[in-house]
Design a protein. Structure first.
Lengths: 269, 284
């Protein structure tokens, strides 16, 4: 029993070490790719697949989040006579938390799964070894463009999700539930600060890198066969999802500490 | 086309040959795949590595290009030790190699042309695309596939994929080509086409070749030297005649393709096939 636990602990530490080394190699390769015009075409291609083609699903996610929040919270607020504050509640939730997190989760499913499956298939069919055998670094050729594309475009996709979340919430609250238009926007403007929007978008940088790095690592290390690729995709999504939530928690704590430091009076209000 | 960088590693040919393997041992878990193997690949010659499936042929050839790292032992490309070299150093050294993978390992999202120009794009500064097109055409002509430039790997047969992979392997005019079972899965005629290609490349480009195979007809045709691996060790090493007349019973059994007494005993012990009574569920 102790032997099994020890073996698992050693295996876990080994996996962590390999992942840390992969992350380091990926970061170095990504920085090198930024200064190499040769890599730009690869980055553009990934930006199209990762960013442009994710816009519709991300916008739909954002719109539904706004609309559902509106329907769910209207009853409670109306009961206390505070329905005019619905805008502040919906918009702050969308901009600070739900927009970034749900966009990242959607990307982890859409992009993360695709990246792992693509790289995993390349791995089991020796295409990654073929890249190495031709004197090319597969991390620089395959991983760096995907990490850079996710890094640059996840914040942009969050902006799309936020925008549609705000519009969705507005349409249901004002058009469907009949809340006063002016009061809705006035309370929203008072509640949502530029800092909230900024932090929500900044989260996208971290989520994007986490999704791409985890998905690529799982693809590079997947086991042989169709089952191996399928298992790697599942593991990639689960690991990305947990990482998104863990990163979100860490970023909330850090951003709150920064906010309290620079604007102590506002944080007391 | 200009190479993007000059290889600053001392690539002077030494008397020991193109590739030298010294006391190489490789284990996967507790399974010893290569056991203290030493070998020198001579410059400009075709060395064929034979042996039964699972004896470590592919593992050995992957060590020759440092795609795998040994547990112990050394591998040298000319004078340069590659088994402990960094990936950055290896990327430069590997431009001297061509590697034909067993399954071809073509990039399935790229066309035939894009596959062949992949190493050229990575290592050469392309100034004239017409020159590149002509180069692709000439490489495809060498493997008998001119006109297939716009095809994708999924549109090609197994033999055609291997020939495109070979065209890609020779795109940078390598000094050494490693072939991992180039004729496996091909019909006898296509196998012979591949054999002729190996001979043609050696004759026209003067390349050093290392061919992993268990196809003895192919081995006798192309080999200057045949090395036989068994249980992770080299048990025979010499030219085709030497191997044909080798006294080791395992060598004779392998080259004649006869089933061994141990395998026959297992078959006898498993009983008669007609005794098996697995029938469909609704069989009456």
């Amino acid at each position: 029993m102790i032997g099994i636990m020890g073996a698992k602990a050693i295996s876990g530490v080994g996996s962590m070490g390999r992942f840390a080394r992969f992350i380091w190699q990926s970061m170095v390769a990504s920085v090198q790719s930024c200064s190499s015009t040769h890599s730009y075409s690869l980055i553009w291609t990934q930006m199209y697949f990762i960013g442009v083609r994710s816009v519709p699903v991300v916008m739909m996610t954002g719109a539904f989040v706004g609309m559902i929040l509106s329907i769910q919270t209207y009853g409670q607020l109306a009961g206390m006579g505070l329905e005019e504050y619905l805008g502040s509640l919906i918009n702050i939730a969308v901009v600070k938390e739900l927009g970034p997190v749900l966009t990242a989760v959607m990307l982890a499913g859409r992009i993360g799964g695709a990246l792992t499956a693509e790289l995993g298939t390349m791995n089991v069919t020796e295409q990654i070894d073929a890249i190495r055998s031709m004197g090319t670094d597969p991390v620089k050729y395959l991983v760096a463009p995907r990490i850079l594309a996710c890094l640059l475009l996840t914040p942009v996709l969050i902006i799309f999700a936020d925008l549609l979340g705000i519009i969705g919430g507005y349409l249901v609250s004002v058009v469907h539930l009949g809340i006063n238009n002016r009061a809705y926007w006035l309370h929203s403007a008072n509640a949502v600060e530029k800092w909230d929007v900024f932090i929500g978008i900044i989260k996208g940088l971290f989520f994007g890198v986490a999704i791409a790095a985890i998905s690529c690592y799982k693809g590079f290390t997947c086991k042989e066969g169709a089952q191996g690729v399928g298992q790697a995709c599942t593991e990639a999504f689960v690991a990305s999802f947990i990482s998104i939530l863990a990163l979100d928690f860490a970023l909330v704590v850090i951003s709150k500490a920064i906010y309290d430091t620079f604007w102590p009076l506002r944080s007391m209000v | 086309m200009k190479k993007k960088y000059d290889n600053n590693i001392d690539m002077e040919k030494n008397s020991n040959g193109m590739l030298t393997v010294k006391n190489l041992t490789k284990k996967f878990g507790t399974n010893v795949v290569l056991d203290n193997v030493s070998l020198t690949i001579e410059n400009g010659k075709t060395t064929v590595i034979i042996g039964p499936s699972g004896c470590g042929k592919t593992v050995l050839v992957k060590h020759l290009i440092a795609l795998l790292r040994p547990n112990s032992g050394e591998v040298y490309f000319k004078n340069h030790r590659i088994d402990n070299a960094s990936e950055h150093e290896l990327n430069k050294i590997r431009t001297h190699y061509g590697f034909l993978f067993q399954g071809g390992a073509l990039f399935d999202s790229l066309s035939v042309t894009e596959n062949i120009i992949f190493p050229i794009r990575q290592h050469c500064k392309i100034t004239d695309w017409k020159e590149v097109e002509e180069l692709v055409k000439s490489k495809l002509a060498m493997v008998g596939l001119d006109g297939f430039q716009q095809f994708y790997p999924s549109n090609l047969s197994g033999g055609q994929q291997k020939r495109v992979a070979l065209a890609r392997a020779i795109a940078l005019n390598p000094e050494i080509i490693l072939y991992d079972e180039p004729t496996t899965g091909l019909d006898p005629i296509r196998s012979d086409v591949i054999n002729e290609l190996v001979l043609k490349l050696q004759k026209e480009l003067g390349v050093t070749s290392v061919v992993v195979t268990h196809d003895m007809k192919s081995a006798y045709k192309i080999a200057d030297r045949i090395v036989m691996l068994h249980n992770g060790k080299i048990i025979a090493d010499g030219n085709a005649d030497h191997i044909r007349n080798h006294p080791h019973p395992v060598v004779q059994q392998f080259i004649s393709g006869q089933v061994g007494e141990e395998d026959l005993a297992v078959l006898r012990m498993s009983g008669a096939i007609s005794q098996t009574q697995f029938l469909p569920r609704d069989f009456e």
